[in-house]
Write a protein that binds this ligand. Sequence first.
Ligand code: LLP
Length: 445
Amino acid sequence: MTNSANQSQKPVTTVINSEGNIEIGGCDLVKLAEKYGTPLYVIDEKTLRSICADYKKAFEKYPKTNIMYASKALCTSAISSILASEGLGFDTVSGGEIYTVNNSGANMSKVLFNGNNKSFDELNLALDLGVGRISVDNFYELALLNTIAQSKNKIVDILLRITPGIECHTHHYIQTGHLDSKFGFDLTQIDEAVELIINEYTNLKLHGLHAHIGSQIFETSIYADEIDILCREISRLDEKYAVKLDEINIGGGLGVKYTEDDVPPSTYEIGEIIVNSLNKAIEKYNIEPPAIFLEPGRSIISMCGVTLYTMGSSKQVPQGRKYVSIDGGMADNPRPSLYQAKYFAQIANKKDTNDPENVTVCGRFCESGDILIENIELPKIEEGDILCVYNTGAYNYSMASNYNRVEKPAMVLVNNGHSDLIIKRENLDDIIRFDVIPDRLKKNE
Ligand code: LLP
């Protein structure tokens, strides 16, 4: 079956150029590091557009498919504008994401608002900016949203987020579809929610059901199970309450290739499984073909991104391992310390890998756990070398912090030899931007 860009460990434009340096999007990484400084997030536009094309092509056989990029993976105005230009919608989970997507000029009717504890202000913002669907997570939110909708004299289009009771094999922090989850209505609570919508919450219009099983998933069969459950529920609710639901949202989760050991399915493979299971379920439950929504995040943006670091100090532990330090770490990529995530890296300015040494790449933050990559073979490292860590487009910048009061890195978009700054590097003034010293403390000077 055809490959898709999520299966590639590196951006699709990655080459070694005539100077022996790694080049992405036609830009020499060493020159990018010189121009913009490090750490630096680099996003390859061609890889991003090619995975969008893969997703669209993979679902051609089911025209009622809508790809809603899960903004939590990486949400910036420029990235959102590229995805909007590719015709994607957006899954958002906060006022901040909704505001960013709106700032990118995206069509807000193609935005879904998701989350287990949306605030009054966030729901208001979503309605004011014309967000197309709210995925209601719990009874509290049903009541709150109906009140807000009434106050605005609006009918709000909603889905119900449900917990389908499916477990997948991924890190337990990123599993969500199992029964003991903080997200969504339990299967046994759906009827009560539907009855409330029919009888009391008349400012809410229910269009369908939504579920999400987990993230960095390689098993395709769980999507078939999920679709079966969602279609079964749609048919059951029609029979019991005569409610016609014509949308199912199956969430995101498709995995990517962080290391050689990761073998994610292609978009084409999951496209086929999803469309086949959908057709099967439509027949089995005798329902009208629903519109289907997918919310991929990681599999759209992860492999588009790399992070560049400058190598600094190193330490050879006597009779132990060799640590080499980078100028970033757990604040710009918390995934290794949070999920024991593994990454692959190369030295951007050294193509000669004849005499590799085994090193542990550690961050500059004040924690022993700030280790980015354990035991990797790299060419003999010298101070000033540029390390390129692959597959950092997803859940890196979006989860970055200012731990140790370190400025967050810049992000550039590369394409055809051009580079454009899309997130400015923070500076020391940004670090103290929100600090307030109360007058009474100043008086004590
Ligand atoms: N839809 C819903 C409702 C979700 O909760 C998520 C991810 C997605 C879609 C997108 O899933 P993806 O296609 O990206 O796997 N910070 C973690 C990942 C947390 C994912 C949370 N939900 C990590 O760095 O691995």
